[in-house]
Design a protein around this ligand. Sequence first.
Ligand SMILES: [Zn+2]
Length: 241
Amino acid sequence: MSLYRDTGVVLRTYKLGEADRIIVLLTAERGKVRAVAKGVRKTKSRFGGRLEPLSHLSLLMHEGRNLDVVSQVETIDSPGALLDDLDRLTQGLALVEAVDQVVPDREPAPAVYRMLVGALRTLESRPSPVVVPAFYWKLLAAEGVQPQLDVCVGCSTGEPDVALVAFDMQEGGVLCRSCRRGRPLSGDALRLTRMILGGQLNAALDEPESPATAEVAQLATAALEHHLERRLRSVAMFEQG
Ligand SMILES: [Zn+2]
């Protein structure tokens, strides 16, 4: 078996046999990797508690046919502060769960890796209700899904001629009052979503919690779910065909 070094964030773990655990990681160079950590559930494991979800690690691994094997681990960022705060822990887990669902196995995803490390550090240093929705939108953008936020997807009219008052997942964008369908969208939530996707992420992260941040969070979650469902359907159709 060949040996390699990489860095990675633990997305989730599950039990294997009596003492082992499978670790699902998003690595910098190899994308999503599944690896066995042998003996990790024994009290005197040489890995200690380092292989927990949200940990950012430097790893030495043996490459396997299906599962790689964790040989050595060093912590780069421990999720310490997140574990002490249930709200931030929940947000951190939402990030890794989204990555686990979106990123396929063993396809390099260096941009998503950098985004994930950045979002986890942001969550630790300057928590904001915008971290998770911003990450969802950026993850969708990395998948090639860019919502139309400037003009109505029905009639191509933009502000100031019409107010854009709705968002439709199927159409992938905003709608004016006459074309409206999908879900209602407030002006503040539209402005905040434009900031997230238009290169003003830092300003968006400074927004205090408000009805608009809650609305943006719901919209981003719905957009991610829509994307995952559509992909599941297309995979099912592909497998039938
Ligand atoms: Zn319209």
